[in-house]
Design a protein around this ligand. Structure first.
Ligand SMILES: C[S@@+](CC[C@H](N)C(=O)[O-])C[C@H]1O[C@@H](n2cnc3c(N)ncnc32)[C@H](O)[C@@H]1O
Length: 239
């Protein structure tokens, strides 16, 4: 067996991330970029503002609110185990369950280097409160004395204004990250030939961008339709 056990580089696997991560050898991946499932009453089609519902691939898997803290601690602990000694991780989170993510990071013994804000161009219309138009990204490392940080800009600020992508008339999953955002993370925190891992692939943006940027990738996703969509994205962008 190689460094990835039964898994192969540059491959996507269908299944439960927690169970699959348990089969990965420790220290096997260089960078984790992931946008884990939420614990709110997320209705994919309803939140798919201004888009045609039939273009949204259904099946998005939610975590029941009461189980979210335990789920979060469990997957972050596994993620920390599979990270290489000099590895780093970027975790996306909305504000409503951010506390669980921060507690999971502490429990796993990871060091937070930055608390990044991703500001995007629109939110859902509200009547009695402000419109949410940002996301949190926790940038954490295993060893704060040694990790990859390619300083690509002279003055790299921690607030990133990057627009969401419009997928007019094309199929998409409900929570797709913009490629530009993932490209920035991969450029700063990995080198060509490194292995980039996303345990909650969704439409597979992290794998697609890793492939484009000359990195190896590995990904897990529980919804079969999303795995198929992600594999198709990889085929379409392979050079
Ligand atoms: C927020 S989305 C990821 C979106 C992705 N970053 C993109 O750009 O498309 C989270 C994904 O986690 C998946 N998921 C939920 N529970 C899971 C589990 N236990 N194992 C693997 N995937 C899971 C959901 O189906 C969903 O596709």
């Amino acid at each position: 067996m190689g460094v990835l056990g039964r898994f192969r580089r540059n491959t996507l696997y269908e299944g439960d991330a927690l169970a699959l991560m348990g089969e990965l050898p420790g220290g096997a991946v260089d960078l984790i970029v992931t946008d884990p499932p939420f614990a709110i009453d997320f209705k994919a089609q309803r939140l798919n503002y201004n888009r045609i519902a039939s273009n949204v691939i259904e099946g998005y898997r939610e975590i029941p609110a009461g189980e979210y803290g335990e789920f979060t601690r469990a997957w972050i602990t596994e993620a920390a185990r599979v990270l290489s000694p000099e590895g780093s991780m970027y975790i996306f989170s909305g504000w409503n369950r951010l506390r669980d993510i921060l507690e999971g990071i502490d429990a796993a013994g990871l060091t937070t280097m930055n608390h990044l804000i991703w500001k995007y161009q629109f939110g859902v219309y509200t009547k009695n409160k402000y419109v949410t138009s940002h996301y949190h990204i926790l940038y954490v490392v295993k060893n704060k004395k040694k990790y990859t940080f390619n300083k690509l800009d002279h003055y790299p600020e921690d607030v990133w204004v990057i627009n969401r992508e419009y997928w007019k008339g094309r199929k998409k999953t409900p929570t797709k990250l913009p490629q530009e955002l993932v490209q920035k993370i991969i450029g700063y925190s990995s080198n060509p030939g490194d292995l980039v891992f996303d345990p909650f692939l969704g439409s597979g943006t992290v794998a697609v961008v890793a492939q484009q940027e000359g990195r190896h990738f590995l990904g897990f996703e529980i919804v079969p339709e999303y795995v198929a969509f992600a594999r198709e994205g990889l085929r379409a962008t392979r050079t």
